[in-house]
Write a protein that binds this ligand. Sequence first.
Ligand code: GDP
Ligand code: MG
Length: 296
Amino acid sequence: LFGYVGIEAVLDQMRIKTMKTGFEFNLMVVGQSGLGKSTMVNTLFKSKVSRKPTGPGYEERIPKTVQLQSITHVIEEKGVKMKLTVTDTPGFGDQINNENCWDPIIKYINEQYEKYLREEILISRKRKIPDTRVHSCVYFVPPTGHWLRPLDLEFMRRLSKIVNMVPVIAKADTLTLEERAEFKKRIQKDLKAHGISVYPQEDFDDNSDDRILNNKIRDKMPFAVVGADKEHQVNGKRILGRKTKWGIIEVENPAHCEFPLLRDLLIRSHLQDLKDITHNVHYESYRMQRLNESNR
Ligand code: GDP
Ligand code: MG
C-alpha cells in the first residue's frame, strides 16, 4: 500500500512553491584593500551565474570601497527568482593598528540576525521573513605564498564562529602553480593548528556521501581565484578574463584558476546547505544567546 509515496509529486510542489516565493542568498566579501574584492563581486555577477543581469547597481564601478555596500541582482532561471546580494566591505585591516578591525563586520552580521529575530518573535509574524542574514563570508587571503598572518588567523577564528567562512587565495595569477599548491597546504595546516573550522565544517556533514564530496572540496580549499570584470573576444566567444602580455587569463576556465570552484560551491552545489547552516547553526546560536540574555 505504501510502496509508492509519490516523491516526484512532492518535489514538484516544492519546486512550484520556490518558484512562487523565490529565495534570497546573501554573500559578503572581506579582505585588505587591493586584493580584488570589488572585482570579484563583478566577476560573480558577470560570470555565467547571470548572463542577463537586472536591477540597480549593474555596471557601477566603485574604485575604492569606503563603507559596507550591498549590490543586489535578481537572477531568474527556469521561472525561479533568486535575489543575490553581495556585500562589499571597506579595506579591512588597512590601518596601522588593526585591533578590533573586525568589529564593524561582526556588527553587521549580528544586526542581520537581530533583524530576523525581531520579525520571528512577533506574535503575528510575516509568512516569509525577509532574509538579509549573511549566508557566506568570503575572506581574501593575500597571495604572499608564505603563511597566514596573525590578522588573517584572528579574523577567521572570530568570524568562523558566527558565519560560514570561505577563505580564498586572492589574485592567484601572481603565484606559480607550485606556489599555489604549497601555499594552499600551508593555509590548511595553519587553520587546523589554530582550530579554525571553515566551511564546509566536518561536523556538519550529514552522511557519508556528503563527507566524501566535502572532503574533496576541503582538500582544494582555499580556492586560488582570479577576478576580472572585462570581457574579451576569443574565437568569436565572449570570455571574462585578464589580458596580459602573455595571453588572457580566463577566470571561468578551470584550467586557469579556481574561480569556477568558488562560484559552483556558493551558487550551485552548496547554496541550500549554506542557507541551512546559517539558519540552523549560526542564527540558532545567536538566537539562543539573545533569548537567554533577555530572560535573565
Ligand atoms: P579591492 O580593494 O579588494 O576591492 O580590490 P579591487 O577589486 O578594487 O582591485 C584592485 C586592483 O587589483 C585592480 O587594479 C584590479 O584590476 C586588480 N585585480 C583584481 N583582481 C585581480 C586578480 O585576480 N589578479 C590580478 N593580478 N589583479 C587583480
Ligand atoms: Mg573594493
